[in-house]
Design a protein around this ligand. Sequence first.
Ligand SMILES: [Zn+2]
Length: 256
Amino acid sequence: MATVTPVAGIPARSAVPSTTDPVTPIWHPSPNFGERRDGLKPSLVVIHYTAMHSAQAALDRLCDPEAEVSAHYLIGSDGNVWQMVREKDRAWHAGAGEWRGRTDINSRSIGIELDNSGQVPFSEPQMAALENLLSDIQGRLGIHPWNVIGHSDMAPQRKLDPGPKFDWDRLTRRRLGVGPVVLKGISLDEMPPDEKHFAFIAMRAGYPEARTEDLLKAFRNRFSPTRRGPLSKKDMGDIERLAGLMERLDGIRAEV
Ligand SMILES: [Zn+2]
């Protein structure tokens, strides 16, 4: 499985494994990439699920020139890690969207696809491999845990991944990401539910302009995955806490 023959038609400059990426993934080059625009360097990691029936099916699609999609990495449910695009290059995984007021997320990010349908928990070997990969990427590129986001965070109107089954708190405990636990223990005056106000605070927290129902879904999937029902006082309090934490970080350690 580790032996990979360059695929015909792959541009020569992508048909060699990167020598600067210390985790040794299986190199499986995709033709779907370009140069990062405006000299941008990766300052975000975007987590996805593939919603396909196997890692092989996802690999095939992410390397199909007609699909025009890719990611830097794919992690199988068995913990295998494939790399399809060099980190210095711009993979095509994020699409239209925005995080903390910044667009062209593809030029600013590393994209990691997880072989998962979105309906079942992410497997232990897969999460362990993700932790290793994130630790490696963040160490080398200096990416702050707050800048590890889900696809749905930057595109709440279009995307649901990595969804409510993804264990953000597991990443939080390793200082590799940010999940619900960061909002615990911060007391705040209660705010009545107000859709416009929720959307306004969500933008302060980093989310793009979007319908409140989509923002609420994206926010809950990550920070309160079991909460149901209409916008509540708890959601108002939690989004305000998140915005407050983000603003404290803004311009200090978590610049995108
Ligand atoms: Zn995605």
